[in-house]
Write a protein of this length. Sequence first.
Length: 327
Amino acid sequence: MPYVNAFYPFKIRGEYPRVFIAKIQSDVVAAADSKGFTVLCRGGPDRQMYILGCRTCGTPIHRRDRVVFDHKILCEGCGNKKDEVAAAALGGELVSPKPMGHRHLRQWRLKCGHLAIGQRGNMRKAARGNNNASCKECLKEQHAAEAADHGWTLIGPAARNNQSYREYEHLCGHRQDVSVANMRHGDVNCAGCSETWSSKPSKIYLLTFSLPTLPVIKLGYSNNPKFRLRQVQFDPDKTRGTLDRAIDIKSGHRAICLEKAMHQYIQTHRPDLIVERDLFRDHLTTTSEIYHAHGRTFISALIDAADNGWDPNLTGDWQTFTSLRDT
């Protein structure tokens, strides 16, 4: 099977493959035809190769004889067209079909204008809405802006092997790994300047949830009640939680002491308001401190009293405190 001193007139994988004279067996033609290809000639890097033409897009490819017989034939032209469609669906464009020569990678220009390299399968899933094709550069800018809002500077990847964390630097110069979600909501303490949850201002809050089985309320403390509201629900669309109110407390230590005393007060004076965990465990992440909605008036009165200086650890009954304060 001598090579002819000629080359195939179109490039395949960046080169013009040589062709040679040889009989093309009918079983090869039939096998290629059954897979959507036409055998054009014998040729390529070695004598076991055939040059095939895709009947869908017209792209020429070369494959070994055993691939033609025994395997699925993948057309690079059809694959690239699918990648181009996926890129367009995401508002971008395909830039390079094989960056760094890797057959599974593609380089894309995203909608934001940044270039990204990713696996073609992931980008196609993103185009179908089954995956996230967020831009790493834009995500980095977002994380940096969120950190700046709370007095921190984004440094880079975290030392720990956890994609949910990044390394940040506080205004005091101390660096530490922090969860991206915690930084986004400002729920972070600096281990360098010793500003901890116990010294930071906090709040006593009241939340309402419409569970599929019954309406309930939650009394608690947090320096960020809105974040706590999202955090406590498995599926917000089902439980439809709302932040009803929140009062300011000078420190986290003071807040937790007051909150625990209020829960103890409710347990002592109105145990009928406590909701058994089996009734909310499938909908809320918390394990206790959930009350029936009809106890809202009673618990709101406790919060009013606490907002006016009542401390169940010191002054006892809130009604007595209220009456003494008003005299």
